[in-house]
Design a protein around this ligand. Structure first.
Ligand SMILES: *[C@@H]1O[C@H](CO)[C@@H](O)[C@H](O)[C@H]1NC(C)=O
Length: 256
C-alpha cells in the first residue's frame, strides 16, 4: 500500500513536470491585474489595440508576437476580417440615395495593403519584426509584382460601375509612379480618376497631414468624398473628413 502511494505521488509529480514542460513556450505572464495569460492572449490583445489605434507608431512588431502576426496575416482570419470590411463598404454604398451625379462623387483608396498586398515582402522580413529598410521596400515595389487583394478589386469595380470617381492616395513616393501604375494595371486596377503620390514637398509632413491635404484640395475642387478604404489610420483621420471611412486590418507596420 505504502509503495502504491509512493508510486502514485511520483506519478503526480511527473505529470506536473510534464504539464510544465508542455507550457514552456507560453509566456508565464500575468496582466497588471494578475490575470494569467498565454502568449496568444498577449499577442491578440496587441493586435486588437493596434487596430483600435490605441497602440501607435510602433516601429517593429514585438519579437514575441511576430509568429502570431505572421500566422494572422497569412491565414484565414485576416481574409475574413478584410472581406467583412469590404462588405460593409458595399452595404454603405447601397444605402447612398443622394449621389450628386455631377461627375464629382468620389471614393478614396489607399494602395499598399488595401489594393495591393505587401504581405509577401514582410514575410521575407520577419513579419514586421525587422526595422523597415525603405530602400529595400522601394526596390521591391519597383519590381511591380505585388498581387491584388481580390475582394478590394471587386469593390473597386463596383464603385467604378456606379459612376463614382476613384481617387488613389498613397504614401508611396512620386519616383514609384510608373512602377505603381504598371503594377496596378497588370493585376486589374484601371480607370481611376487620379493617383496622388507623395512628392518631396510632402516629405516634412506626416502622412496623415499629406492625405488630409489631398482631401482638402479635392473638396475645394467640388468633390464629394463618400468614403475611404485604407489599412492605416493616417489615411482616414485628419480634417477634412470623408463621409465614411473603412479600415482594413494591418498589424505589420504603422504609418503615422
Ligand atoms: C537596406 O536595403 C538596401 C537594399 O537592399 C541594402 O543595400 C542596405 O544595406 C540595407 N540597409 C540596411 C541598414 O540594412
Amino acid at each position: 500500500m505504502e509503495r502504491y502511494v509512493v508510486v502514485f505521488l511520483v506519478a503526480m509529480c511527473l505529470s506536473n513536470v510534464l504539464t510544465a514542460a508542455a507550457d514552456w513556450n507560453i509566456l508565464n505572464q500575468r496582466t497588471k491585474s494578475g490575470l494569467k495569460i498565454t502568449l496568444k492572449n498577449y499577442c491578440e490583445s496587441w493586435r486588437m489595440n493596434v487596430e483600435l489605434n490605441n497602440i501607435r507608431e510602433f516601429s517593429v512588431v514585438p519579437s514575441e508576437c511576430t509568429s502570431y502576426i505572421g500566422k494572422y496575416m497569412t491565414g484565414t482570419q485576416y481574409k475574413v476580417d478584410s472581406e467583412s470590411a469590404i462588405d460593409e463598404c458595399s452595404v454603405y454604398l447601397n444605402t447612398i440615395c443622394d449621389l450628386k451625379k455631377d461627375g464629382k462623387d468620389a471614393w478614396i483608396f489607399d494602395i499598399d495593403d488595401t489594393l495591393l498586398s505587401t504581405v509577401p515582402y514582410y514575410k521575407k522580413h520577419g513579419y514586421g519584426g525587422e526595422k523597415l529598410n525603405v530602400t529595400d521596400l522601394e526596390e521591391w515595389m519597383k519590381q511591380g509584382k505585388a498581387k491584388a487583394i481580390d475582394y478590394s478589386l471587386n469593390l473597386f469595380n463596383d464603385i467604378k460601375k456606379k459612376g463614382i470617381q476613384i481617387i488613389l492616395v498613397s504614401s508611396r513616393r512620386e519616383h514609384l509612379r510608373s512602377a505603381t501604375v504598371d503594377n496596378l494595371v497588370n493585376v486589374g486596377f484601371y480607370g481611376w480618376k487620379s493617383l496622388f503620390l507623395r512628392g518631396t514637398e510632402n516629405d516634412c509632413e506626416t502622412v496623415e497631414a499629406y492625405k488630409a491635404g489631398v482631401r482638402n484640395e479635392l473638396m475645394k475642387n467640388g468633390y464629394h468624398i463618400w468614403g475611404i478604404l485604407g489599412d492605416q489610420w493616417s489615411s482616414l483621420q485628419g480634417l477634412p473628413y470623408a463621409k465614411r471611412t473603412f479600415k482594413l486590418p494591418n498589424s505589420l507596420y504603422y504609418v503615422a
